[in-house]
Design a protein around this ligand. Structure first.
Ligand SMILES: NC(=O)C1=CN([C@@H]2O[C@H](COP(=O)(O)OP(=O)(O)OC[C@H]3O[C@@H](n4cnc5c(N)ncnc54)[C@H](O)[C@@H]3O)[C@@H](O)[C@H]2O)C=CC1
Ligand SMILES: O=C(O)CCC(=O)C(=O)O
Length: 410
């Protein structure tokens, strides 16, 4: 259990990895935080563990792997900001069970992904990647053979969430027919229609675009049998996660021209930094667009994400607010002038709230406001009390059996 008295803001340490946009630093600095370190790439497990020993807030993107083993060695870590949508790189349950809140930016880069995949669909339908590669090698492939307009083609969208739905609207504006498949019932936008099943979508689509999260149920969702269900000459776009498509059968289908082309932005194994080498069986295939996981990497998206996630970290650090956390009970209690705020994260077992309130009643501490919320295996209580009693109450709260973290804010 960790008890943390309200630290001077200059002592609250932030570590931002993977080139998080400077807009995040602006937000943190404007909120009074100055101990901020930045690193351009991701770190290895050993480096990460080393750097995290005295860090309170960590910012990452998709490449930093925060496993249960790493989280077990982060004694001071209060929260993680994932400056992206996906949180599959973080063991969310392990973080929650250690009282570490995780926040992300669920919407800010969705438009960027939708724009990229639509552009790739157009380029692949025109055979541009091959013609471009040939021109770079001194060749000249002026031909209409195998080149098509996007208008009138059927786009199959797998995962009709924030990205899938935006793509649907953009694609219809280009004159495409849209079918989609989702495990949740979704309102079709425009003239899009739900496919009866994934096989039905695969058989009907000229272009298939994947927009599902990384989950056990989406792992290798497009393996050899599913790839074989796609129309001969179809195109596959994957800007979701590298574990969704099995690369070996895809490479075979592309080499044999059973599929006309593919655009792949995400891979089962991705380089940790821009200095590391990228290996893939898809390298060298001219009918494949390979991009280094940049679906959400636009200036607009990154600047917005920087602000959004940094603000969530500041709100948690300053007020204990956990609204929209992906793994934590959500609590937002308005601040009260002149009061000190105690935050208590504990295992969700019966009796902890009464133990907390016993501390207050035995100490004759008047509660100005209190809120408990639970999620999964933990409970989170925010209590506002008179300033004079807060240090002593914090020490007592931190000794309650089941306590994971406790902090006082003032
Ligand atoms: N390449 C890149 O740079 C980026 C990649 N992404 C990836 O894209 C994914 C999707 O992003 P959003 O659309 O914002 O997420 P979202 O959560 O809004 O939508 C995902 C949709 O997939 C559906 N789904 C889940 N399991 C499914 C299954 N087995 N079959 C069919 N549908 C299923 C969900 O019900 C949901 O509607 C993210 O989880 C992330 O992994 C997101 C942003 C940037
Ligand atoms: O920009 C990144 O680092 C990751 C983007 C992504 O995959 C996401 O937002 O889930």
């Amino acid at each position: 259990m960790t008890a943390l008295a309200s630290l001077d803001k200059s002592k609250i340490r932030f570590l931002l990895l993977e080139g998080v946009h400077p807009s995040a630093l602006d937000v943190l600095r404007a909120a009074g935080y100055s101990a901020i370190e930045t690193v351009a790439g991701a770190l290895s497990e050993a480096e990460l563990t080393d750097r995290l020993a005295d860090v309170h807030f960590l910012g990452i993107r998709s490449r930093t792997q925060l496993s249960a083993a790493v989280l077990a060695r982060t004694p001071k870590l209060v929260a993680v900001g994932a400056f992206c949508i996906g949180t599959n790189q973080i063991d969310l349950d392990a973080a929650r069970d250690r009282g570490i809140a995780v926040f992300n930016a669920p919407y800010s880069n969705t438009r960027s992904v939708a724009e990229l995949v639509l552009a790739e669909a157009i380029l692949l339908l025109r055979g541009v990647p091959e013609k471009n590669a040939m021109a770079h090698r001194g060749g000249w492939l002026k031909s209409a053979e195998g080149s098509y307009e996007i208008r009138g083609k059927t786009l199959g969208i797998v995962g009709y969430g924030s990205i899938g739905t935006q793509l649907s609207v953009l694609a219809e504006a280009m004159g495409m027919q849209v079918v989609f498949h989702d495990v949740v019932h979704k309102l079709p936008l425009g003239n899009a229609r739900p496919a009866g099943s994934l096989p039905e979508l695969l058989a009907a689509s000229d272009i298939v675009s994947l927009h599902v999260p990384e989950l056990p149920s989406t792992q290798w969702m497009l393996d050899e049998p599913e790839l074989a269900m796609m129309k001969p000459g179809a195109i596959l776009l994957n800007a979701s996660r590298g574990t969704v498509v099995r690369i070996e059968p895809l490479a075979r289908a592309l080499r044999e021209r059973r599929l006309a082309g593919a655009a792949i932005d995400v891979f089962p194994v991705e380089p940790r930094t821009n200095q590391d080498a990228f290996t893939s069986e898809l390298r060298g295939l001219d009918n494949v667009i390979l991009t280094p996981h940049i679906g959400g990497s636009t200036v607009e998206a990154q600047a917005n994400i920087g602000v959004e996630v940094a603000e969530k970290l500041v709100r948690y650090s300053d007020n204990g607010t956990t609204t929209s956390s992906v793994n934590f009970p959500e609590v937002a209690l308005p601040a009260q002038a002149g009061k000190h705020r105690l935050l208590h994260v504990h295992r969700n077992v019966p009796g902890v709230l009464s133990e907390i309130n016993r501390v207050f009643s035995e100490g004759q501490v008047n509660i100005a406001a209190q809120y408990l919320q639970t999620r999964g295996g933990i409970g989170y209580v925010v209590t506002d009390i008179d300033a004079a009693s807060s240090e002593r109450a914090l020490q007592q709260l931190s000794r309650i059996p089941g306590t994971l973290r406790s902090r006082v804010l003032f």
